[in-house]
Design a protein. Structure first.
Length: 83
């Protein structure tokens, strides 16, 4: 269970400088982020229902920078990032 929530040291996207956690005052923020973050080059990294693919439980706060072009493609396809 811990492996779904804690990254192996040295492998965290945060440690690599390519991800951020965004925490808002209300849960509504996450709905907006899921629909709009790709416009700014970020993807919703660990969506619900994709744990078997990503290996990580849903994290509504976790966003990864992949660039605007890649983010739009990933968002439009509705697929999680595999790497």
């Amino acid at each position: 269970m811990a492996g779904q929530w804690v990254a192996v040291p040295g492998y965290s996207e945060h440690q690599l400088g390519i991800a951020v956690d965004i925490n808002g005052a209300t849960y509504d923020l996450y709905f907006w982020l899921q629909e709009n973050s790709y416009k700014y080059g970020f993807i919703f990294r660990y969506p619900a229902g994709k744990t078997e693919i990503t290996g990580t439980a849903e994290e509504v706060w976790h966003y990864r920078c992949v660039g605007k072009e890649a983010a739009k493609e990933i968002h439009d396809q509705g697929l999680p990032l595999l790497a």
